[in-house]
Design a protein around this ligand. Sequence first.
Ligand code: F6P
Length: 394
Amino acid sequence: MSKPRVGILTGGGDVPPLNAVISAAQRAVAQRGIELIGFLKGWEGVLQNRYVSLSRIRVHDDIGGTILKSSRLNLATVPDAPQRVLDNLKRLRLRGLIVIGGEDTLSNSLLLREFPQVLISKTIDNNVGILRFSNKKVSLNHVVNYFTLGYPTAAEKISEFVSLQYGLRSTAYSHERIIVVESMGMHTGWLALASCMGNPDFIIIPEFPLDYELFKEQLALRYERNKHVIVVIAEGARWKNGGFVSADEKDKDEFGHPRFKGAASILADRLKQDLKIRFDTRNLNAVNPSYLYRSGAPSKLDSDFAQKLGTKAVGLFAEGFDESILLTIQRNNNSFKLGRYPVKELRTIEELHRFVDKTFYRENEYTATREARKYLAEIVEQIPRTEYGVNLKD
Ligand code: F6P
């Protein structure tokens, strides 16, 4: 009799711990006499029946990206795609499918609810989950899906990129610069918010549209006092009087998301013009680390949970699980454990879309709150503020 089979795919923007999920699943199937097949380029591979057997392929779990490659195919836009995908999965006699993706990739899963799937959320955007806070009580144990895979590594990177010890603040100091750093994150500010652990001066996120005049004044005052300033702006930031800072509303991707075109440089150019009457703004620059946020090896937390999730997903199918669920990461007192969120309760994936709220962000100061630091401290280390520099009398 042939071995039972489970499939796995990775879709959407890659993140460092994807290979760690795949290699943990490989180890788990080896122990349970299951065959693991990997679809190439996410849902595209399922639609086109392109897959590899993962029994003999070496997967390095400390290398970022995904050995299976990725795509952003929206099944809802291809005629008959959900039925064709379902037919292919059935023809392969798969017991179930492990789907590792962000909102868009997971939204394809909802089109095939009747097929058993274990969903694993990954995205540096950290936007798949729910903040179940009541008005009075903020408990980190009430965050459904505490983080998405990839967010801890990207959070560590952004906080290092802006910090004095590892990143841009030292050169900003030496050259008396204002540096505007761009974060990824699509419509949400989670990644930009994480930079607070590296102590930037200001953070601008999409959830709280930017009052440009107010911000410009605060920035100028900070520069006149300290002579170096670090600003972080999320790619999806919006102006208070309407519209994205960087995107052209008409240029959309497969899932209808705008393609952002450099919020940091647009803001830097505008500030350069408007502040030149107050001080020399030739030193006002934009930096966009872009795909570096998603590249490289996973952090320990990311890698540990990637392995737990991969092992759990295989374990569920080995035990005969035949429904669909999202595996979540839950904080329980001082540690994390895996949880489950039933997919049948979801009408659309947007029900799981998580924005930064006022618990975590001080709107008119452009900074993270103490609660945000508490939340992030579970994911990434705070880089200490160090007294540094000379005080020059003008
Ligand atoms: O969703 C993850 C993400 O990195 C976003 O933060 C970013 O806007 C997008 O992917 C970039 O997409 P692409 O890889 O298609 O350039």
